[in-house]
Design a protein around this ligand. Structure first.
Ligand code: MG
Length: 375
């Protein structure tokens, strides 16, 4: 049932530590199950997606966002006859390296690391989690995932340069990732563009008229729904329009990716890897509408005045705690102190903090209040 350009599990480049085959689960299914049972996966429940302060229990968390990405990804993978288990695994793991407090947490950790000539990047951190920090096996560290899953963690959203990341040489940075990984960048964005309109509207930070005036793709579907259900409540029309927008983005991605595969004469995974561009893509018209929706959300939600205080708080807490632990490494948990024998203090403090949930880092901040030197 797989397309000729799908990744076949029997062709996997395998695991770092060889394992006996499982009687009824293939290697990618096992990897998916390992992610779901990982501690870092459970922590996603208490990591911010967009709203740091829990304004409402029905807004997305990093975990529910991840589940939405997995749902959208599986649908597309099935239609394109890609390897569904690999796609699902990559979707479930795609945000596992995110620190507390969403993008402000990531930004603050990166800023703190730059002062020591290092960087924080959630994809690279995700790889460290599955390779080193998860403790599930007596015989080896990490989750011992297949090559294709580790490669997808690194390569799903952008291309890293070998000059800058010689440690990633094994992931063939000069080649594109398989379609299963390429999809994730798009399904991630479909999920958050639609979900953030939903949560932003529900939080009353975005108004219907404002969305309709600035997000063409949403307005098109809203008009359609408005004619069809004249008397329906605004919230129901909003939901209908958003659902149709999501469906349109998914369908366009399927149709246009299939078109590009035909145009490029793609017959194998190797063809996809060697093609100079990524082949998973929206059509130009839909891509422009996607870009408009994203730009709207940046301007009116992520960078809005309303969310500025929560972002500033997150950055302050991360910055101050980072400086505190750099100046008192003896107060870190023993395992992190041991890690300092082989890695830079900044990397160790960064790893410690990146693993924290929003609740945990807030608890630490309260516990250490008074000991932390304000800047
Ligand atoms: Mg994501």
């Amino acid at each position: 049932m797989l397309a000729p350009y799908a990744v076949r599990v029997e062709d996997t480049r395998g695991r770092r530590f060889p394992e006996a085959p499982h009687p009824y689960r293939d290697d990618f299914q096992r990897d998916r199950d390992r992610i779901i049972h990982a501690r870092a996966f459970r922590r996603l429940e208490n990591k911010t997606q967009v709203f740091t302060r829990r304004l409402s229990d029905h807004f997305r968390t990093r975990l529910t966002h991840t589940i939405e990405v997995a749902q959208i990804s599986r649908t597309i993978a099935a239609v394109l006859q890609l390897n569904e288990s690999l796609v699902e695994t990559l979707a479930l793991v795609h945000d596992i390296g995110h620190p507390p407090f969403g993008h402000s947490g990531e930004h603050a950790l990166d800023e703190a690391m730059r002062k020591f000539g290092e960087r924080f990047d959630h994809n690279l951190h995700g790889l460290r989690i599955v390779e080193q920090f998860e403790e599930r096996y007596a015989s080896h560290p990490g989750l011992n995932l297949t090559f294709e899953v580790r490669e997808g963690i690194i390569k799903h959203s952008h291309d890293y340069l070998l000059d800058e990341h010689p440690e990633l040489a094994e992931y063939m940075l000069d080649l594109k990732p398989p379609l299963e990984a390429q999809l994730i960048d798009h399904t991630d964005e479909i999920a958050y563009n639609t979900a953030d309109l939903d949560d932003g509207y529900e939080a009353k930070l975005l108004r219907l008229e404002q969305i309709r005036q600035n997000v063409g793709i949403f307005d098109r579907f809203y008009r359609e729904v408005d004619q069809q259900y004249v008397a329906a409540r605004e919230k129901l029309k909003f939901n209908e329009a958003l659902k149709r927008m999501l469906n349109h983005l998914v369908t366009d991605l399927i149709v246009n990716t299939r078109f590009r595969l035909e145009q490029a004469g793609i017959a194998t995974v190797e063809d996809i890897r060697r093609y100079p561009e990524r082949l998973a893509a929206f059509s130009p018209a839909t891509d422009a509408e996607r870009g408009e929706a994203k730009a709207f959300l940046y301007e009116n939600l992520y960078h809005s005045e309303s969310l500025r205080p929560q972002k500033a708080d997150g950055e302050k807490i991360v910055g101050e705690l980072f400086r505190y632990w750099m100046s008192t490494p003896g107060s870190l948990p023993a395992s992190y102190q041991r890690q300092m024998l082989s890695e830079s203090p900044a990397r160790v403090v960064c790893d410690y903090m990146a693993g924290m949930t929003d609740n945990y880092i807030l608890d630490q901040y309260r516990r250490l209040a008074g000991k932390i030197a304000p800047r």
